[in-house]
Ligand binder design. Structure first.
Ligand code: GRF
Length: 206
């Protein structure tokens, strides 16, 4: 089986990266060939190295306010590694139209809400304040605009009485770890890898 060469972009702890790494097995249609962080010294880079995957920091700070210069360096690096698809996993930089255009149709993200509700930050507190009984996470194609691209898949979790943002975040994160490998597998041409009983709803925007 030829596996799609995937880069994962992170900024921090990398638990979604870990889930994507752990799902790689004989029937997995993707191979994570490199992990890039815009912050050096983060736990996610160690997770990649422990899995035997190249892990690199390309620090946005080195490029000052020039977002496109940072993205050009990132783009050149990914092309040098023959990357075919880029998965954002807790990558805390908004990408400009330059990078989004260059990777159109090859760039996906995971977001901790049931989009189109609650794009952007503070999703758990906003979900709780809304009174919603269901929260969850979404994997979507990245287009211009924050968290607005076509949805690939979503997983829902219940909002429980007395929930705090932290409690809801922890419950949502467990669902993310099931949803992201399933969606990445799907967009890489395989069946959605299912590793558990989470309510995964896969959308048709492929
Ligand atoms: C996740 O909640 C993801 O949905 C959001 O950032 C967080 C990253 O967590 N985009 P981790 O680094 O994967 O643990």
């Amino acid at each position: 089986m030829t596996r799609k060469r995937v880069a994962v972009l992170i900024s921090g702890r990398g638990t979604n990266l870990q889930a994507l790494l752990d799902a790689q097995g004989p029937f997995c249609p993707y191979e994570i060939v490199v992990v890039v962080s815009n912050n050096a010294g983060v736990a996610g880079l160690d997770r990649a190295r422990e899995a035997g995957v190249e892990a690199v920091a390309i620090e946005h700070r080195a490029f000052g306010k020039d977002r496109e210069a940072f993205e050009r360096a990132l783009d050149a690096f990914l092309r040098d590694r023959n990357v075919e698809l880029v998965a954002l996993a807790g990558f805390m930089r908004v990408l400009t139209s330059y990078f989004v255009g260059a990777w159109a149709g090859k760039l996906i993200n995971i977001h901790p809400s049931l989009l189109p509700s609650f794009p952007g930050l503070d999703t758990y507190a906003r979900a709780l304040a809304s009174g919603a009984k269901l929260a969850g996470c979404s994997v979507h194609w990245v287009t211009e605009g924050v968290d607005t691209g076509p949805i690939i898949g979503q997983a829902a979790v219940p909002v429980m009485p007395g929930d705090t943002p932290d409690a809801l975040a922890a419950r949502t994160l467990e669902a993310e770890h099931l949803l992201y490998p399933a969606c990445l597998s799907l967009v890489c041409g395989g069946a959605p890898l299912s590793q558990g009983p989470a309510p995964i709803l896969v959308n048709a925007f492929l």
